[in-house]
Ligand binder design. Structure first.
Ligand SMILES: [Fe+2]
Length: 306
């Protein structure tokens, strides 16, 4: 309603509202009841996949271009041209890429080919997004003082490319997925992808919006910087631990056919490393939350300064 009432109907606002509309629409296929597990799974992926690899890229692209327009000072026309490229690549690859969930669930074999080809193209949308953010940052005058929002914005674009794009591609082909499906290789991809594409972009828009709403200039605090680096280094460490454990698990469980619990025991060391990295990650997040609680409330003092 805010977008509708606003006088300026920009491409950014259009892409964002399209994303939100499709997110609501694509909730529905998951609610259809079926007797067959295969048919049920077929439509369930319309919700899960088309949300995470279709419409979320529109929502993320919309928020990203808004932040880049505000933070880098590059012209709206230039940024929105890139947004069209991202939307195009998302639809080209993401929609038929749904096939990577249909490999061995009992549907037609054609999905092996369709899913393999189109999901292999999916990293392109994320690559475009990362190039877009970094190029706009280089081009811009960088006059905006909110460095923390800029960190999170660029971080979101780069980490989602690595986590969702590259690590997703690592196990998306049917030949690979036959072995890696449902192992810690999925957890490796899932953690970094979700962190980059979902969490970091939300933390970016909070970092941008909060100082505007409270009037406090939380642009470059020590705790804010530490929150960024602790959480990111922690998450990268967790991803590496998951990856090493995952590859070992695939080999031992699926090739050497060693029993599941025996393999878990042999991989124990990786989980200790995972816990250490997760502690670092959590410390960073707690710092972010501490800043949020301490400075997030608008007070009279803050409003007067504004
Ligand atoms: Fe998917």
């Amino acid at each position: 309603m805010t977008l509708y009432k606003g006088k300026r109907r920009t491409t950014t606002a259009l892409v964002l509202s399209m994303g939100l509309f499709f997110a609501a629409l694509l909730y529905l296929p998951g609610m259809l009841p079926f007797d067959s597990q295969v048919t049920d799974s077929f439509f369930r992926w319309w919700v899960v996949h088309l949300w995470v690899e279709g419409v979320w890229e529109l929502i993320m692209g919309g928020i990203l271009s808004f932040l880049l327009i505000k933070l880098t000072g590059v012209d709206r026309e230039v940024i929105e041209k890139w947004l069209y490229v991202i939307v195009g690549l998302t639809f080209l690859s993401g929609v038929l890429g749904t096939g990577h969930h249909y490999y061995y669930i009992g549907v037609n074999k054609i999905w092996l080919i369709v899913g393999g080809i189109f999901s292999a193209l999916e990293p392109l949308a994320f690559l475009a997004m990362a190039l877009f953010a970094v190029n706009m940052y280089r081009k811009g005058e960088k006059k905006h003082p909110n460095k923390l929002a800029l960190y999170w914005t660029l971080g979101a674009a780069i980490v989602s490319f690595v986590g969702a794009g590259l690590l997703g591609f690592a196990h998306t082909l049917p030949q690979t997925n036959l072995y890696t499906h449902g192992t810690l290789v999925t957890a490796m991809h899932g953690h970094l992808a979700f962190w980059g594409a979902y969490a970091m972009i939300v933390l970016a828009i909070i970092s941008y919006a909060m100082p505007n709403m409270t009037g406090r200039k939380l642009y470059d605090t020590g705790r804010g910087r530490m929150a960024f680096w602790f959480s990111n280094v922690g998450m990268v460490g967790m991803t590496v631990a998951f990856g090493v454990a995952g590859v070992a698990q695939v080999y031992m469980e699926r090739i050497m056919k060693i029993e599941f619990m025996k393999v878990q025991e042999m991989m124990e060391i990786h989980f200790y490393i995972l816990i250490i990295c997760a502690t670092l990650f959590t410390t960073g997040i707690l710092m972010y939350i501490a800043d949020f609680i301490k400075h997030g409330q608008p007070t009279d003092e803050a409003l007067i300064k504004e």
